[in-house]
Design a protein around this ligand. Structure first.
Ligand SMILES: [Ca+2]
Length: 590
């Protein structure tokens, strides 16, 4: 058995649960506290529910009970009562919540629902004192922010609909009114209306084609064509369909060719549909979408030349021409930052709306400017091209042919702080000796970027390590690239770290000539001093900078003096490590 579900946290806004008709017929016994058990259903009257559940509760004089399982809100007023709990069966205890109603706000009176044709019901009620807006409970669904008259549109022909209304103010809502129902019309708008024809046979009169009787028919007086039959609908009507129940005969089967015309002055007729190619016998059904007072069927011919134009019934379907009312404003508008330059908006769909317009302002009470050139069809919108770290205000209006609704509530949200658009690291190149440290500095742009987190990495931590703050420690000779990454790696900058050794270079000198005792004998004039160093660096020969090749050989030309000359070579590497001087003596020839 399906039980009515009445939760402890019910609120009016949560009543949109589609109602299950099978529940409506469930009748349950509700023994409550010391109260007398009673049979109640979701359709029970307020007084029945009160009688069954009434126990005293100090301080609360009015409350409502919302049965979310029913197709309508069940509400009641009590002088002093309260519901503490309802036991639906032995194993299923449910707690009901009592919600104090808005003080002094009475349920609207005079709720009336009236069919306005086959697809619309007009719902009206009297204004309630102190009401800021109204909610309707329509066929089990809550529709907020409506006003009287409310036009419930898009309905099926001959369908029945249920309505309740309540008033809302800033302090809450009133009780729901008692429900009212209305049924849309069948849609036949021609029956019994004044009909005329080009001719008729006595006994097959003109009005027999719209008398609602299947066995009576209109027939033209002769088998000459064309013949016409027309009806005055009494007012301009929105015509949606024509059903023609043509005469037929088993002996002489036939179809009729015809056209459907409309007029407002009974003088000028407009062709709505040309069926002069029709070959269907019996019932023909034609869909139409036009607004006219007169509808004429002109029969242009038949495949059976011996018979006259004849129809049992012409059924014209339609309804009064409705003037649209503006829709209710959208509810539940939310705004959420989508980065530093965009905001996502979201709202509830509005019945009767054909679309929506979004407005923005830079302050809550500022001038709201419409953002969309064309009506938006969805219930979401992303506003782009905005400034970072800036608060924006929005309203949304629902739109239909009658115009725009009242604005939704104003919402506001701030765009995110600016996103990083670049990064720079200084210095770009650093030379360090093993064990030395250097501080790198990374700066992101723009300066007011929201997330300035920087991740430091080294291409070779064996050569140089880098800390989370950009401090580099030289580990061993070589070259490493330090990378600073911002925005999760989207932007990077690098510094090149060269780690130099601490060992001095060594120098090997070539022998310049023949060694005699403590000197070499060389040619007089200029001596080319050559040799090789163990690593790149600067070589000085007697204070003169030598030419050092890529293969680390070097040479320097020294002008010799007569007698003993001392040649002394020193070298220093890029780290500034200086070699012990080496040298030799030379004596030039005379
Ligand atoms: Ca008839």
């Amino acid at each position: 058995m399906m039980l009515p579900r009445i939760n402890g946290t019910c609120s009016a806004e949560r009543q949109e649960t589609p109602f299950n008709r099978s529940r409506k017929r469930s009748v349950v016994s509700l023994p409550v506290g010391n109260a007398k058990p009673a049979d109640l259903s979701p359709d029970s009257s307020a007084s029945d529910i009160e009688a069954a559940t009434n126990t005293s509760l100090t301080g609360i004089t009015k409350y409502r009970l919302v049965n979310r399982a029913s197709d309508r809100a069940v509400e009641y007023v009590s002088g002093q009562a309260s519901i503490q709990g309802i036991k639906f069966d032995a194993s299923n205890a449910q707690v009901l919540t009592i919600t104090p109603t808005a003080a002094g706000l009475a349920a609207p009176t005079g709720l009336t629902a009236k069919a306005a044709g086959q697809s619309q019901i007009d719902v009206t009620w009297n204004d309630a004192n102190g009401a800021a807006s109204y909610d309707l409970f329509v066929d089990g669904a809550l529709i907020s922010g409506v006003s009287s008259p409310y036009k419930h549109t898009g309905l099926d022909a001959s369908s029945t609909h249920t309505y309740q209304v309540r008033a809302r103010s800033s302090s809450g809502s009133s009780l729901w009114s008692l429900p009212v129902q209305a049924t849309t019309t069948s849609g036949v708008i021609s029956e019994g209306k004044t009909a005329t024809a080009s001719s008729f046979q006595t006994g097959n009169n003109i009005e027999y084609a719209n008398d609602g009787k299947a066995g009576t028919r209109w027939a033209a007086v002769t088998n000459s064509y064309p013949q016409w039959w027309k009806v005055d609908l009494g007012d301009i009507m929105h015509i949606t369909k024509l059903e023609s129940y043509w005469y037929n005969s088993a002996t002489y089967p036939r179809y009729y060719q015809y056209k459907i015309e409309g007029s407002n002055d009974d003088v000028t007729y407009t062709t709505l549909l040309d069926r002069t190619d029709n070959k269907t016998q019996g019932l023909t059904t034609d869909t139409l979408d036009a607004a006219f007072r007169y509808l004429r069927v002109t029969v242009t011919g038949s495949n059976y030349s011996g018979g006259s134009a004849s129809s049992y019934e012409f059924k014209v379907y339609g309804e009064p021409v409705h003037e649209d009312s503006v829709p209710a404003p959208p509810a539940n508008l939310t705004a959420k930052a989508a980065g530093d330059s965009a905001i996502d908006l979201n709202w509830n769909a509005v019945e009767q709306a054909e679309g929506y317009s979004v407005y923005r302002s830079d302050k809550a009470d500022g001038e709201f400017v419409k953002l969309n050139d064309e009506v938006l069809s969805s219930t979401t919108h992303t506003d782009t091209g905005l400034s970072a770290s800036t608060e924006y205000f929005y309203i949304v209006k629902a739109v239909n042919a009658a115009g725009e609704s009242a604005p939704s509530d104003v919402v506001s949200v701030k765009t995110d702080q600016p996103h990083v658009t670049g990064i720079n690291v200084t210095p770009e190149q650093v030379e360090l000796k093993e064990g030395e440290t250097a501080q790198l500095t990374a700066v992101v742009t723009p300066v007011d970027a929201g997330d300035t987190t920087i991740k430091w990495t080294s291409s070779d931590t064996g050569i140089a390590e880098v800390s989370d703050t950009g401090k580099v420690t030289a580990k061993s000779p070589g070259t490493a690239v330090i990378t600073a990454a911002a925005a999760g790696g989207e932007y990077t900058a690098t510094a090149r770290i060269t780690v130099l050794d601490t060992a001095s270079p060594t120098i090997v000198l070539d022998e310049p000539g023949k060694l005699t005792g403590n000197h070499y004998n060389v040619e007089k004039g200029t001596l080319r001093v050559t040799g090789k160093i163990s690593e790149p660096g600067i070589v000085l020969v007697n204070g003169v900078q030598a030419d050092v090749k890529d293969d680390l050989t070097f040479s320097a030309d020294i002008d010799l003096q007569p007698g003993m000359n001392r040649i002394e070579v020193t070298a220093s590497d890029r780290a500034g490590n200086t070699a012990e001087p080496v040298g030799y003596n030379v004596v030039p020839s005379k």
